[in-house]
Design a protein around this ligand. Structure first.
Ligand SMILES: Nc1ncnc2c1ncn2[C@@H]1O[C@H](COP(=O)(O)OP(=O)(O)OP(=O)(O)O)[C@@H](O)[C@H]1O
Ligand SMILES: [Mg+2]
Length: 259
């Protein structure tokens, strides 16, 4: 059975795209077949696997997520292979900036993505579908959550990183009324600065919050992440011995054990 996990948090820059791209690669290294869906007009997930030229060419063409939504077509027709055996991707488009407008006039507008994804799930080709959400809480992110079985919340180890979580939990609660099978998979703490002890407080606060699982594997700040992104590669492929690559591998194993 194909499992669908989205990476969501309305706090910008919390590590959603980096975590989604890195976990996909780590899953593929564990023998899993993964389909990535880039749900953000910033194209960050697409850029983690494709060069800027290729990402922009796809984004302005007629085979990307925006076209699929506009036409309400099965996502099976919008899948691209990456250079890695176990990782395919539905790339995004900068036109996703008007996705809320596209959805507005559609029937059952919270479930458009779920319907488009169904043929992918029915094909049983993939073990996991991983969806990167933008830092918003509108109808499109509701679509992403309604199409998912589990949510992984990347949280930056900072006071404002924690502050935004209350909104996110409230939003998840609202979506669960529409999609009762949706569950929070867990919180992954990212961008930990080893020089600061605020991280300890972040972990204590999160672990004291009832009803949420906090993954033990945390991701430290590591400049290799940026070099990998500059080279359009997931960090595990760019430098597998780097701190972040090793940490993402551990986080991926923890996720596989729990779901
Ligand atoms: N472990 C890390 N070490 C160093 N830099 C990191 C790390 N993780 C993420 N970053 C950097 O932090 C920034 C935000 O990360 P990312 O884009 O993954 O977050 P996001 O939640 O997807 O952002 P947005 O809300 O804009 O979609 C990026 O510039 C990325 O390169
Ligand atoms: Mg992002």
């Amino acid at each position: 059975m194909t499992k669908v996990i989205c990476f969501a948090n309305n706090k910008g820059g919390s590590g959603k795209s980096t975590t989604c791209a890195s976990i996909a690669y780590a899953f593929s290294q564990e023998g899993k077949k993964v389909l990535l869906i880039d749900g953000d007009m910033q194209l960050n997930l697409t850029l983690s696997y494709f060069s800027e030229d290729k990402a922009l060419e796809i984004a302005s063409g007629d085979r990307n997520l925006y076209n699929a939504i506009k036409e309400q077509k099965p996502l099976t027709d919008y899948i691209y292979q990456t250079e890695y055996d176990g990782v395919d991707i539905v790339p995004s488009s900068t036109l996703m900036s008007s996705v809320e407008f596209e959805l507005f006039s559609k029937w059952q507008r919270e479930f458009i993505l779920r319907k488009m994804l169904k043929p992918v799930i029915d094909s049983k080709v993939y073990d996991y579908v991983l969806i990167d959400a933008p830092p918003t809480l509108g109808c499109w992110v509701m679509n992403i959550l309604c199409a998912s079985d589990r949510i992984l919340l990347p949280v930056e180890a900072s006071p404002w990183g924690l502050f935004g979580l209350a909104n996110m939990f409230e939003f998840i609660g609202q979506v669960q009324e529409l999609s009762p099978n949706l569950e929070l998979l867990g919180v992954a703490v990212t961008k930990v600065d080893a020089r600061k002890n605020y991280f300890k407080q972040t972990m204590e606060t999160l672990k004291a919050t009832e009803g949420i699982k906090v993954f033990d594997s945390v991701i430290h700040l590591d400049s290799t992440v940026e070099w990998a992104q500059d080279n359009s590669k997931p960090v595990g492929s760019y430098k597998k011995t780097s701190r972040s690559a090793v940490e993402y591998k551990a986080l991926a194993k923890e996720i596989l054990e729990s779901y």
